[in-house]
Write a protein of this length. Structure first.
Length: 200
């Protein structure tokens, strides 16, 4: 599909506190910090930061959101996109290698597997945040908070439409199984309403 762009980002800044929060660590104990540092050092070499995205028109009629290529019924998403004439639709992933590390350490070091899960969660969130900030700057727009399938009343089945229009498997190697789970697992799809300052 024309109009879909692929972007590979540089490594986003790492937020240690966020990773520890995802790992369920309420206190930054020395042994936890040491485990986090060692695990991050190993994972860092294997991560990628890929995004595919496109701008789509948005028309809402009650709880129906029409993006031209597909429609979805969600009152929460409709409200989130109020005041927007377009939406940024994107899919992001940090790649499959961290899944392989998690599976490996799940068998030999559960504590390291938990930390890898936390690092993966922090990394994909950091990727999405960085991508949205860069998009705003490069396009002179403001984005509303991103909204993903499965959140609120936005059906998880919306993933099928997103994958179809963004061609995620072809563009960034991101696939969707019959249970609507993404692979690689540390991936995100989202809508972000565009407030277009270019028209002001």
């Amino acid at each position: 599909m024309s109009g879909i762009t692929v972007k590979i980002l540089k490594r986003p800044s790492f937020h240690e506190r966020e990773a520890l929060r995802y790992a369920g660590c309420t206190d930054a104990l020395e042994d936890m910090l040491e485990l986090l540092a060692k695990t991050l050092e190993e994972a860092d070499k294997k991560l990628v930061y890929k995004v595919c995205f496109g701008e789509f028109p948005i028309n809402t009629d009650g709880d129906v959101c029409d993006f031209g290529s597909f429609k979805v019924r969600s009152g929460n998403l409709s409200k989130n996109l109020e005041g927007c004439s377009a939406v940024l639709l994107f899919a992001a992933t940090v790649g499959v290698e961290i899944d392989r590390l998690i599976a490996r350490y799940g068998r030999i070091s559960p504590s390291r597997a938990v930390m890898l899960q936390a690092i993966g969660a922090e990394r994909i969130e950091a990727l999405c945040d960085t991508f949205c900030r860069e998009y705003e700057k490069e396009n002179s727009v403001k984005l509303k908070p991103r909204f993903s399938p499965g959140y609120g009343d936005l059906p998880l089945e919306t993933q099928k439409d997103i994958f179809a229009v963004l061609e995620c498997p072809l563009r960034i190697g991101l696939s969707l199984n019959d249970s609507l789970l993404m692979s690689p697992s540390k991936s995100v799809t989202a809508f972000a309403g565009i407030i277009d300052s270019r028209e002001k």
